[in-house]
Write a protein that binds this ligand. Sequence first.
Ligand code: LLP
Length: 421
Amino acid sequence: MEFLPSDYFTYRDNELYCEEVPFREILEQYGTPAYVYSERYFVDRYKKFDAAFAEIPHRIFYAVKSNFNLSVIKLFAELGAGADVNSMGEYLRARKAGLAPKDVLLTGVGKTDEEIRRGIEDDLAMIKVESYEELRAVNEIARELGKVAPVAVRVNPDVDPKTHPYITTGLKEGKFGVSPEEARRMYADDSLEAVKFVGIDTHIGSQISSVEPYVETVEKMAATFRELRDAGVPLEHLDLGGGYGVRYENEDVFPVEALAERIVPILKPLECEVYFEPGRYLTANGGALGVKVLYVKKAGAKTVAVTDGAMTELFRPALYGAYHHVQPITQTPERDFLDTDVVGPVCETADFIGRGRRLREVRRGDYLAVCSAGSYGMTMSSNYNGRRRAPEIIVSGAEVRVARSREEYDSLLWDEAERLG
Ligand code: LLP
């Protein structure tokens, strides 16, 4: 039995299905490359995460950066989630998907004045600040607007999340957040009459696969939280950010219940609301990128399968050397296994989907599913090499709907074309 990262993409009679729909049917109808999402996966994962923390007052702010399709945001909003947005663009997406400003929090290490102004004007749930200078800027902008901005300082607990260095965010020398000492100075600054400290925030990294870094973080944050409250700061929430790891390969990843078991006892006595910002946990394994094999050739001892999917649809392998499982859409038990590099057509050696994969011989015209593409696939996509963004298809039971169509060449060209004179 081959490893499948998600129970929502399974084989029946050698054909890969997404829920009740043969993957092949979707790709034949909508073309490749195409992102295919399982709605049930999203719903079930959300409920699982929510249920794990039922014992403490909590709110889930879905990290829109993982998958910003309006239908996906809307789905989580309907389940009760708010949104964690990192920019005006993500904010406008959250609003368009139906979220009220009070259900949105604004994150980001480098917010523009325009983003901060809009956040304050619209009365967002909270604006995170990641430096003293930003805190002063928020205060200044709120003062100009005659309002009081709800703020949480992002504290850097100096915990190693043991993940890829590019997605490690809570170490002392990183660009994110401030040290606990700096945070104490910020919370104690009573010259800032246009900000209200409503909470304290952290986020130590992404794709974290063990509970230990979280336990250490929660212990440190709980201590700082208490200290601040004792000093008279009326904190209402503690925001733990996101980063909850998922299975890409056959690796061990903690179940969310195991995390809850360890951190709920530390959080409960604080008697505050706990915020979570999961992204990948909710979306990664709910998506697969369907691609088609264009050509197969030999390169030395290797077999190279060139597909029509590329780093433009899934940047993670090129950027982090990330593993994404590759599955045939149709299993071919009669064919032999070959060591295969699955690559894209973009003119970069880094444009690969998977290297050295033990796959049954693939042939021109075969379809492949690149797994775990529900997070940081479309949101990190690009038009490099003049490519169009791929469609996003949502499957729910036996139903298939297009949540975003394939980008048109015209919409890529019109603005520049009009300026040619
Ligand atoms: N909250 C904050 C403040 C964040 O910066 C992030 C992710 C999240 C929540 C959600 O993290 P998640 O639960 O999805 O791990 N492009 C990378 C991941 C970058 C994550 C950036 N921040 C990747 O493809 O692995």
